[in-house]
Every structure is written in C-alpha cells, then in structure tokens.
Design a binder for this molecule. Structure first.
Ligand code: PRX
Length: 646
C-alpha cells in the first residue's frame, strides 16, 4: 500500500474545487460532454459564439475531431485585449534572465502593444492567415510576443527548441514550409552563449528550406553575427514606428494555432497540430483548476517554450487566465544550486511547476541550497514530463514545500494539448508517484495487448476512449500517419503510447512508454532518430538504441553500434560518435552509453529485438527471455559480456 496524503483542510476550504465538486463535475462531464463543454466554452471571448459543440469520430475510417466548429475567436485577443480593462497594469510576464541581475516586468498593456506592433511587422512582411512561421528563440519575452503575434493574424507558429541542431531546425522548416524564421543573435544558458543565428544560417543552407523569405533577429546578447541582406532583418528595426494597435483577425475555432514537432517510435518527428477554440478552452480551464489559480498568484512553469508545456502552461494558459507568468532563461544550477528558490523569493512565486529530472538533480545536492531560501510565497507545486519517483516526490514535498504545498503530478502529452490526469489540489488526496485521477471529460481505459479492456485494479496500455477539446487534430501534412499512430492499434480509441497501472483506489500510475520512444529528462526522443543519426556517420554500419535507467535523467540513451568492416572501436571513436549525434540532433540526444556490437540480435526476418537490448542495458542479463528465435543467438553472449552497466 502506498502512502496517502490527504487534502490539506485549510487549502481545501479556499480551493476552487472541493472533493464533492470534483465528483459532481466529473460525473456531469462524462454524462453530458456537450452540455459540459458548452458551458466551459463560455470562459472565452468569442467573436461569434459556437452553436455546434462537438463533432467527433474516432473510427479510423472516418476520423475527424471538431470542437466549437462554427465559433470564431482570436487567441491573442483572449490573452491580451480582454485583460486590458481590469488587468491593464497587472504584470503579465516576469522575465528572469540567465544572469540573476537581468529581470524585467511587462504589464498586460505593454505586452498588448508589443504584440500588436509585431503583428503589424509580420503583416508588412507579407505574412497572411495560414502561413507557417518558425520560432527559434531562447526563453525571452519576445518568444511569447512572437507566438501571440502569429495568433493575432492567424499565422501558424512552429516553435523549435533552441537546443536543437541546424539539421533538426531545417527538418522542421522543410516539413512546415515556413515563410519566416524568428530567432535571436544568441541564447544564454549558465553563462554559455548558444549560437542561434549561426544555427539558422546553417539550417537555411540545407536543401528544401527556400520557403523562408525573411529571418527576424532579436538582439539579445549583442554577440557577433552576420546579417545577410535582404533576408535578415533586426527585430528592433522592424518594430520602429509600427502602430500599437492591430485588430485581431477572427479565425474559425478549428483554424490551426500551431504545429509542434515531437518524436514518435518511427521516422522523423511529427508535426502535432493544435487548433484554436477547443485548445484554448481546455488549457485555460485545466490551468485554472489544476493549479487552483487566484488573481494574486505569481505562477512559474520552468519549461521552455520549445516544448508543449511552454506553449500551454507558460504562455497561452496563464495569459488567457490573466495570470502573472514567469519566463526563465536559465538553468537550476547557475550561478548555484539555490537558483530556483532564489527566483521564487525574488518574485514571490506562489505556484511552481517543474520536471522530476530537475528535482532529482537538486535533491542530489542536499537540503542546504533549498533551506537557505525562504520559499514562504509557495502555495502549489507541480510536476510534469515523466514519472516522478516517490523519493523525489517526498523530497519536493518535505524540503521544497515544507509539507505545506499540495503537489500536482500532471500526466499529459504534446498530443493531448493539456493536462489529462492529475490531482486537483483541494479535492484529491495524493500518493507519491501517482498522477491520481482524470480531469473533467477525460475517460482513461486500460487494455491488454489484445485490446481487451481491463476493469478495476489492472495494468496495461493507456487509452483515452472519448475526445476532449484540447486534443491533437492531425499530423501536419500527414493525416494517414495520424490515424495509424494513434487510432489504429485500438480502433475507436486514442492510444497514448504509455503504460499505466490502476490501483485499488482507482488511482492511475504511469509506468512509462510502451513504444520505441524514450523519455530523457522529460524530453521525448525516438530511438529511431538517434539510430539514424548514428548510421549517417561513415564508420557506422548499424546501430540500435534503447533507454536505460538513469538516476537524474529518468532514462538515459544506450546505443549499440556495429562498425563497418575494417574499423575497430576505440575511445576516440566513441567520443567522435557521441559528438556526432549531438551535432546531428542536439545535446539532449547525447548517448550516455555506447557499446560496440559485433552483431545485433535479430529475428530471422531481420528485425532487431530491442527487448533483449533493453534488458542488457538495464543490467538484467538473466531476464533476456526466449532468444531461440534469433537468427544468430550467439551474438547475445558478447553483448552481455561487454555490457557497460554492471
Ligand atoms: O510518457 C509520458 C511522459 O511524457 C510523455 C509525453 O511527452 P511530451 O509529449 O514531450 O510531453 C511532455 C509534457 C506534457 C508521456 O507519454 N509523461 C508526461 N507527464 C508525465 C509522464 N509520465 C509520468 N507522469 C507524468 N506526470
């Protein structure tokens, strides 16, 4: 039996949702989804209110997902214009730079003016509704400005994480045929300069990127860069003299808001497409309830805007709710291991949302860096991105939150748009390591490998059986891949790719991915991507990549490499291959272990048996299972003998 932490009665007394409310509203949301989401939809300002609420089929032969279909609205007007009357002078964004001396506060009125100016800039450059705009920026307010300006004119943004390589950026530009790239001279991380503009220059030399007409460059560090005329334009020059008014373009509820690329089990990253109305309803509502948001909260989510968490819970959710949101450019351990808590004290942060990997990294440094800060402003703590181990949960609760702050462990995905399974802090008792219960309107189900639905206490694959407004609508440019990836394995349901266990209290425990996706420090990576980066090296004949346990990252990357005939593995070559993968994809894909493999375990039809490689990488050579079906069972012994984790 795992430990149960009851809801704090003091917290519950003032909470937005009580235990009774949760039961009643969940029931309503399941019995009458149309009526429920019609009512919740009214939280937005609609230019034309919707009359059709839901039109969905999860049937693979007729797959479509439409919410609030005949409504019209504008996301940027919901995040900015409608806040002006009551919250014009309220701080919308607190920017905290990599350097602790560097911070800035931007009010809703100022943000509105800046977004209008930038929307006008984009219009002047010929950007029209439906155009794709790539955003490759550090965590600076201009990233939010760029996203909101796109939304204001109906352009579709594709934010690319600043840690991705020129090749990864190029791949995303090619797939989305972006017309404009918005970047900065450099980013900053722990005092180190990240050459963003240089990366853009390199990306735009790759074939297929000629859709890009303009590169807009924010001057951030002032570092040296080459501006190529007429393609490259300075942000500050373009903004000069632009009007601070720009009427928001009304768009249909199902107009695309953004594409965000994420890794899958096969092939290149997929462009997850989210639309306007349902997405904004869902993420603003979950943001308000899961974090029990109040008017005077200072809310800080440490995610980068390059990931979905940054989209939904740094920018759109908080701003749509009129909250004050912190954007942090730095890292948890710079200048020292107290940085997170120093920022909390400096800006009086009351809601703090981060990833288990950060908690584990800080936990390793002991309690002292935490204890020397006050943190008395903190009220709610959140976790996202990967399963949180109970030890890290307990530490977060006891050391960071001093047993005072409820923890919300939120399970969701790029594809789900917003939080799906999570405690509501005034309503649901928590258990360390469990994401607890589904949010309103969410219908999880557990199936075995044959698709049989398991009731009660069970473990299997996690499906969501009915639609919710925030869900992915398609894969950009490849609707068939969308159907194949999510709706074919268990027809009529959305398949999450995650494993899950439901306990005796009906609580959900995510057990991790069941496909060939690994979760490194809360970031998704397809093993196929790392493999194809490795085999693109001239000395590599073949590679297989699996996840392995890692104390800080949750999962590490374990690569088995077969060299071309005539090459032998050496430490220098190992370093060269590791550096090669970093260059090809980005530092997040850096292999933690790289083992030379004279042969890989394959079936007679040539399929690599990753199950065996996973067990070897986990240092469980006694659990390899049946290896008699391998074409050459002999290769296994060598891999076991030479394994890198013993
Ligand atoms: O495996 C689950 C894990 O992260 C995956 C989604 O990754 P991504 O699309 O990059 O989105 C991350 C931020 C929402 C999921 O399939 N995951 C996410 N949150 C949790 C989690 N696993 C366990 N517990 C969580 N709270």
């Amino acid at each position: 039996m795992s430990k149960l932490y009851p809801v704090n009665p003091e917290f519950a007394a003032a909470a937005r949702v009580s235990a009774d409310d949760y039961a009643r509203l969940y029931d309503e949301s399941i019995k009458d989804p149309e009526g429920f989401w019609k009512r919740i939809g009214q939280r937005l300002d609609w230019i034309k209110p919707p009359t059709k609420i839901k039109d969905v089929s999860f049937d693979p032969s007729d797959l479509h997902i439409r919410w609030y279909e005949d409504g019209q609205l504008n996301v940027s007007a919901n995040c900015l214009d409608r806040q002006l009357e009551k919250r014009g002078d309220k701080v919308a964004i607190i920017f905290e730079g990599d350097d602790p001396k560097d911070s800035r506060r931007i009010t809703y009125r100022e943000l509105h003016a800046e977004v209008c100016k930038f929307a006008n800039t984009l219009k002047n450059l010929g950007v029209v509704k439906g155009d794709r705009i790539a955003i490759y920026l550090p965590m600076i307010p201009e990233a939010a400005v760029a996203m909101l300006a796109c939304a204001r004119i109906g352009a579709i943004h594709s934010v690319v994480f600043g840690g991705f390589s020129p090749d990864s950026l190029a791949g995303r530009i090619v797939d989305s045929k972006a017309k404009v790239v918005i970047t900065a001279d450099e980013g900053l991380r722990a005092g180190k300069h990240i050459p963003l503009k240089v990366n853009v220059d390199a990306a735009l030399e790759r074939p297929g990127t000629s859709s890009v007409e303009t590169v807009i460059v924010v001057r951030h560090t002032g570092g040296p860069i080459n501006m190529q005329s007429p393609r490259d334009r300075w942000y500050h020059t373009l903004m000069e003299g632009q009007s601070t008014e720009c009427a928001p373009t009304p768009v249909e509820a199902e107009h695309p808001l953004f594409v965000l690329y994420t890794s899958g089990s096969t092939g290149k990253p997929k462009g997850v497409l989210h639309t306007t109305g349902g997405y904004l309803v869902y993420i603003s509502y979950t943001h308000e309830l899961v974090f029990d948001l109040r008017e005077d909260d200072v809310y800080w989510c440490t995610a980068d805007v390059g990931w979905v968490t940054g989209h939904s819970y740094v920018v759109y959710g908080p701003l749509c709710n009129g909250a004050t949101t912190v954007m942090f450019e730095g890292v948890p351990n710079y200048p020292d291991y107290s940085r997170f808590w120093q920022v909390v004290d400096k800006h009086k942060v009351s809601i703090f949302y981060t990833a288990p990997t950060a908690i584990r990294a800080l936990m390793r440094e002991g309690e002292e860096p935490v204890k020397k800060t006050s943190r008395k402003s903190l009220r709610v703590l959140g976790s996202v991105g990967e399963p949180i181990n109970p030890e890290a949960w307990e530490w977060y609760n006891r050391v960071v939150g001093e047993n005072r702050c409820p923890i919300v462990d939120t399970w969701w995905q790029t594809e789900t748009g917003g939080i799906m399974i999570s405690p509501l802090p005034g309503a649901i008792a928590t258990k360390p390591g469990s994401a607890t219960r589904p949010f309103f309107g969410i219908t999880p189900a557990i199936v075995d490998a044959d698709g049989k639905v398991l009731e009660g206490e069970a473990e299997g694959n996690l499906l969501i059986t009915t639609s919710w407004p925030g869900q992915v609508r398609t894969i950009y440019g490849d609707h068939q891949r969308f159907i194949d990836t999510y709706f074919s394995a268990y027809p009529g349901n959305y398949f999450s790719g995650d494993g899950v266990r439901r306990d005796e209290d009906g609580y959900y425990w995510i057990t991790g991915r069941v496909d060939d996706v690994i979760n490194v420090s809360g970031h998704r990576l397809g093993t196929a991507e790392v493999e194809s980066a490795l085999v693109s090296h001239p000395k590599v004949a073949e590679a297989a990549v699996v996840g392995c346990p890692h104390d800080i990252k949750g999962q590490g990357i374990y690569a088995y490499v077969t060299l071309v005939v005539g090459e032998t593995g050496s430490d220098d070559l190992r370093k060269e291959l590791v550096a090669w993968v970093r260059k090809e994809i980005g530092p997040i894909a850096t292999p933690d272990y790289l083992q030379w493999a004279p042969g890989l375990p394959k079936t007679r039809s040539g399929k690599i048996m990753r199950r065996i490689l996973r067990k070897i990488g986990e240092n469980k050579p006694d659990q390899l299972g049946d290896i008699t079906t391998l074409a050459d069972p002999g290769v296994v012994q060598n891999l076991v003998d030479e394994r890198l984790i013993k």
